[in-house]
Design a protein around this ligand. Structure first.
Ligand code: 3PG
Ligand code: CO
Length: 555
């Protein structure tokens, strides 16, 4: 029968504290002026890279290695931390939605049948990120859903768009809106009243995460549900083009707008009897809106009017909270994560990051599960992030504070595993500000030093890795790797993640001297890290985990 008990590792001892450090958005790429990790002073990460070759290596952090539909999909924090924590590769939301749309199963499930009840007398609202980034949502999935829903009786459809510029190039919102408008026009020609009803930039409207700033969600609620926003336009294309023309405007931060008819009334507020689908498959930036849409006793902001709706998520975003209760596609069932195994085998665990990445080292790490497995053995510490700013203005973020918390946890002797996420490379990389990203990388490196020094003091072990690339490449390139220029001759800044591999480094005075990276695993990925960490704690990994990266030479 099944047992949570992990077998003892035949050669590696127990009882050494292990620090697991995840540098967010820290990939390996050619050293040039757009590689902020290369440009920044990062002596600690450099010394790991240039140290013993059997203690540093690269692993895949994108595409099929992390459960994404194809190897053209860049990595992201959700799938990266899922893989790191779960030790196996699960088909992720993007892929599960693709499959459900292709087979038509999406239209047969409880979720679709539930919202369908509104099609006769109500409006179907689709709310979500409009891009082909494939991190939170995908345009082609929205297009298929529009087609599928209209073929199955939806007569009145309103789309509430969030412009991207973070998983895709800034400025690409215009093209995505054109594509969507064209699809909606075709639906209208078939007699379906389908329009864009509202919009706004994802980082300013709706897509906050981990309750960093509820105002973001409120701005969305006002536009989408109440039909109220500071900007009113006759069309979404006009809205996006006009708002982008403001100085410093960018897709991520466009202000909220609503589309109004000739008499100035919003064309698509959410009303009693309507159906709402949040089309993002990824949880972290939809769960706050899901709460506002679903919870009767919601009190994070004044919703003013709470329409009686039928609401479904593209996926269920939180399996513990069962939120939302209705959904179109079942999420990946990521069970028996390394975190749960280790806690059940007595490993006292400390996890820490700042708000914007806190759920990454807890919720995502633990298979999209919030809360503790065993609160007597775990402590999760969240350091409040700055809110209401873009992180290029404070690129050091809370790296120092995270490192100090980790250091204290290591020195306290109360924990066997101390796990952190250092957000700088990613969060600042997403702003596209190269100078600030260089500062960010340096700050992350300094944080690593503090943690490794503490490991040194207690005779522990470290494993340093990353969840996906970002800061190592800040420019869009052609196939031969040359930077692409825009119309005015400037470089095209890459705000998104990359397809690059990420480092895994191990060491520390507690590491058995015979430990080295195996050479017999051809193309390992992030999912191989969990078994490795289990070994470092003195355990063998479960048989169905991706194999460990390390072996122990007898010497
Ligand atoms: C975001 O949500 O900020 C980006 O779309 C993806 O970044 P992350 O995967 O690093 O969180
Ligand atoms: Co990111």
């Amino acid at each position: 029968g099944f047992s949570w008990t992990l077998p003892d590792h035949p050669k590696l001892p127990k009882g050494k504290p292990v620090a697991v450090v995840v540098l967010d958005g820290w990939g390996e790429a050619n050293p040039d002026e757009y590689n902020c990790i290369h440009v920044a002073q990062t002596p600690v990460m450099d010394s790991l890279k240039n140290g013993a070759p059997e203690k540093w290596r690269l692993v895949k952090a994108h595409g099929m290695a992390v459960g994404l539909p194809s190897d053209d999909d860049m990595g992201n924090s959700e799938v990266g931390h899922n893989a790191l924590g779960a030790g196996r590769i699960f088909a992720q939301g993007a892929k599960l939605v693709d499959q459900a749309l292709a087979s038509g199963k999406i239209y047969e499930g409880d979720g679709f049948n539930y919202i369908k009840e509104s099609f006769e007398n109500g409006t179907l609202h689709l709310i979500g990120l409009l891009s082909d980034g494939g991190v939170h949502s995908r345009l082609d999935q929205l297009q298929l859903l529009l087609k599928g829903a209209s073929e199955r009786g939806a007569k009145r459809i309103r789309v509430h768009i969030l412009t991207d510029g973070r998983d895709v190039l800034d400025g690409s919102s215009v093209g995505f809106v054109e594509t969507l408008e064209n699809d909606l026009l075709q639906l209208r020609e078939k007699g379906i009243d389908a329009r864009i009803a509202s919009g706004g930039g994802r980082m300013y409207v709706t897509m906050d995460r981990y309750e960093n700033d509820w105002d973001v969600v409120k701005r969305g609620w006002d536009a989408q549900v109440l039909g109220d926003a500071p900007y009113k336009f006759q069309s979404a294309l006009e809205a996006v083009k006009t708002l982008r023309a403001e100085p410093k405007a960018n897709d991520q931060y466009l202000p909220p707008f609503v589309i109004v008819d000739d008499s100035g009334s919003a064309v698509g507020p959410v009303l009693d009897g309507d159906a709402v689908v949040t089309i993002n498959f990824r949880a972290d930036r939809m769960v706050m809106l899901a709460k506002a849409l679903e919870y009767a006793d919601f009190d994070k902001f004044d919703r003013v009017r709470v329409p009686k709706i039928r609401y479904a998520g593209m996926l269920q975003y939180d399996g513990e909270l069962k939120l939302p209760s209705r959904y179109l596609v079942s999420p990946p069932e990521i069970e028996r994560t390394s975190g749960e195994y280790l806690v059940k085998n007595g490993i006292r665990t400390f996890a820490c990051s700042e708000t914007v990445k806190f759920g990454h080292v807890t919720f995502f790490w633990n298979g999209n599960r919030s809360g503790y497995f065993d609160e007597t053995k775990e402590e999760y510490v969240e350091i409040p992030s700055d809110s209401g700013i873009t992180f290029n203005v404070a690129p050091k973020m809370k790296a120092l504070q995270i490192a100090e918390k980790a250091r204290d946890a290591i020195l306290s002797g109360k924990f066997d595993q101390v796990r952190v996420n250092l957000p700088n490379g990613d969060m600042v990389g997403h702003t596209g500000d190269i100078e600030a990203t260089v500062v960010a990388c340096k700050a992350a490196d300094e944080a690593v030093k503090i943690i490794l020094d503490a490991v040194e003091q207690v005779g522990g072990i470290y494993l340093v890795t990353a969840d996906h690339g970002n800061a190592e490449d800040m420019v869009k390139r052609n196939k031969s790797g040359k930077p692409l220029l825009d119309k005015s001759g400037g470089i095209q800044i890459l705000t998104s993640h990359t397809l690059q591999p990420v480092p895994v480094a191990i060491g520390g005075p507690g590491l058995h001297p015979g430990v080295k990276f195996r050479t017999d695993i051809q193309t390992p990925g992030l999912a191989n890290v969990a078994a490795t960490v289990m070994n470092l704690h003195g355990f063998e990994s479960p048989a169905d985990y991706e194999p460990t990266l390390i072996e122990v030479a007898d010497n």
